[in-house]
Design a protein around this ligand. Structure first.
Ligand code: ADP
Ligand code: MG
Length: 242
């Protein structure tokens, strides 16, 4: 019964959130539409046309950013949870963020202990959405460039993923607020990225930790329960590599 109540409350919250997110997407789209309509007026000079065009594009970009951060979260899972190789998932996401790193002058360092396979249970798209949102934040925290370091390892019954940046960092007040819906310090932020991450990681039975120092950088740790089949069945199995 407790479980059911919990779910009812959770779905109520998700419903409210979906309503406000629709609103957040509709606003910039309405703006974009308005400017496109204005562009149809006769005798507009080139400068005005250009301004309308830029405003319309910004509206579309804004709507797109919300969809990107929220993408797989709002969709009910069609995929059954399955065994995921964390390193494989990380490698996939790293492929997507590589071009972002290049554009921002960020060096991507990928450090994995390749000796063992780290298995977790979950939905690949959702896990990748989490990792992408965290890595995007890391890159966005380094507007002047820097180093993005990604590593992973096994510890006890857990898989630990570390995403570290050398960016602007956060103070204690900021650290307390991250993950709240629509909390953002960015001009073009959505404030949805970490809310989505928090929810998805919790749903996988995991935890999320942030350590940060202003102007030094941030370390994000994702802890996920290690799938039993990769915990090693007997003591005589090959020793875990360091
Ligand atoms: P958004 O990226 O759209 O602002 P998020 O939920 O992804 O929304 O992040 C919320 C806020 O948390 C960001 O606006 C930023 O202030 C802070 N933040 C998150 N990750 C980092 C990071 N790696 N370094 C510095 N600040 C961060
Ligand atoms: Mg973000």
């Amino acid at each position: 019964l407790t479980e059911e109540l919990f779910n009812a409350e959770k779905y109520h919250l998700i419903g409210q959130l979906t309503a406000s997110i629709s609103h957040e997407i509709r606003n910039p789209l309405t703006t974009a539409r308005g400017f496109l309509q204005l562009m149809g007026r006769p005798n507009l000079d080139a400068a005005t046309l250009d301004r309308y065009r830029i405003n319309a594009l910004e509206g579309i970009d804004g709507a797109n950013a919300i969809i990107t951060d929220y993408l797989n979260y709002s969709k009910p899972s069609v995929e059954q949870p399955r065994l995921l190789d964390v390193r494989q998932e990380l490698a996939n996401v790293e492929q997507w963020v590589k071009p972002l790193c290049v554009m921002s002058n960020v060096e991507l360092v990928s450090r994995h202990n390749t000796g063992d396979t780290l298995l977790v249970t979950g939905d690949s798209k959702k896990l990748q959405q989490c990792l992408l949102n965290i890595m995007k934040n890391a890159i966005e925290s380094m507007p002047e460039g820097g180093v993005l370091t990604i590593s992973s390892r096994k510890e006890d019954e857990k898989v630990l993923i570390f995403i570290r940046d050398t960016g602007i960092g956060m103070n204690e007040q900021q650290l307390k607020r991250i993950g709240m819906p629509f909390y953002t310090t960015k001009d073009k932020g959505t404030g949805l990225g970490l809310m989505v991450v928090t929810n998805l990681i919790q749903a996988m039975g995991g935890r999320l930790y942030f350590r940060s120092k202003p102007s030094q950088g941030t370390i994000c740790e994702v802890h996920l329960p290690l799938e039993k089949t990769s915990r090693g069945t007997s003591v005589s199995d090959q020793p875990a590599p360091e």
